[in-house]
Design a protein around this ligand. Structure first.
Ligand code: RIB
Length: 288
């Protein structure tokens, strides 16, 4: 099955520090690097590295960050013929502060904001050649809603990672096949105060909640199931959720049953946190 990931691509500007600065404070950091990122691109790369047939659709600027990302997309075997290259706006960036393995991120959308409905209409046929559509919320919400309506009408499997979290309409949530927020995001996205277990029961085999080192939770129609994560030495959690979503999509494309697909995703995201960078630790098939 072919996978289409439609979403953001960012240059991750990562500063490693042993303390996060307070407002007005200047600190000396430990190191700096520029890595490939963006939730959309991360998920596409994660799916491709484990053998998925992945088309990536999104927008980058005609600049050095854009060239850097495009080169890396090709190295990761993504199909990128239909990517949009913008002249007037820069490639999206994420400013990431990495401290004790945890991260704080501020993104500037840049060209990701041009991943608009007009662009999607122009590549509609290419998207519909794919069987599974993977989406996140770092491109405009009306674009995501347009794609979900299009994919739903055409009986595609839709995997939505609603991050960064915003409140979604019931109509949109109803149309997706799997929705994968984390333990904080689900409350915002589904506008609920329910505890995780109660909310999971409302969406059997559909709502999948990632919960960091505690693994992943879903309701199988009879009981709430936890797929635990293995204990590992954490170097960088950036992109762990993206690794889960991308490798889960790859497993679903390979016709794994839901539980097996979640177990596979949990295993892959556990490996991803053991190296630096959103994509630095994403496993290849040979690592598994
Ligand atoms: O999920 C991690 C990603 O979020 C980073 O790569 C960064 O680019 C932001 O989009």
């Amino acid at each position: 099955m072919k996978i289409a990931v439609i979403g953001s691509a960012n240059a991750d500007l990562v500063t490693k520090t042993n303390k996060l600065p307070k407002p007005g404070e200047t600190l000396i950091g430990e190191s700096f690097f520029i890595g490939e990122g963006g939730k959309g691109l991360n998920q596409a790369v994660a799916a491709s590295r484990i053998g998925g047939d992945v088309n990536f659709f999104g927008a980058i600027g005609k600049d050095t960050h854009g060239e850097f990302l495009l080169e890396s997309m090709k190295k990761n075997n993504l199909k990128v013929k239909n990517i949009k290259i913008c002249e007037q706006i820069k490639t999206g960036i994420a400013n990431i502060m990495l401290c004790d393995g945890e991260n704080s991120i501020v993104i500037v959308a840049g060209a990701n904001s041009k991943c608009n409905i007009e662009y999607i209409k122009s590549i509609k046929e290419k998207i519909l050649e794919c069987d599974i559509i993977v989406l996140q919320l770092e491109i405009p919400l009306d674009t995501v809603e347009f794609i979900i309506n299009l994919a739903y009408k055409n009986n595609k499997k839709i995997i939505l990672n609603p991050a960064p979290a915003i409140k979604l309409s019931k109509e949109i949530v109803d149309k997706v096949s799997y929705i994968i927020p984390n333990e904080h995001e689900y409350k915002v996205v589904l506008h609920t105060e329910n505890a995780m277990e109660k909310e999971l029961e409302k969406y059997p085999n559909k709502l999948i909640i990632t919960n960091g080192e505690n693994g992943v939770w879903y309701f199988d129609g009879k009981e709430v199931v936890n797929i635990p994560a293995k204990k590992v030495k954490v170097i960088d959690t950036t992109g762990a959720g993206d690794t889960f979503v991308g490798t889960f999509a790859g497993a679903i494309a390979n016709k794994f049953a839901l539980k097996e697909a979640i177990e596979f995703g949990v295993k892959c995201s556990g490996i991803s946190v053991t190296k630096l960078g959103a994509q630095g630790g994403m496993p290849y098939l040979k690592d598994l």
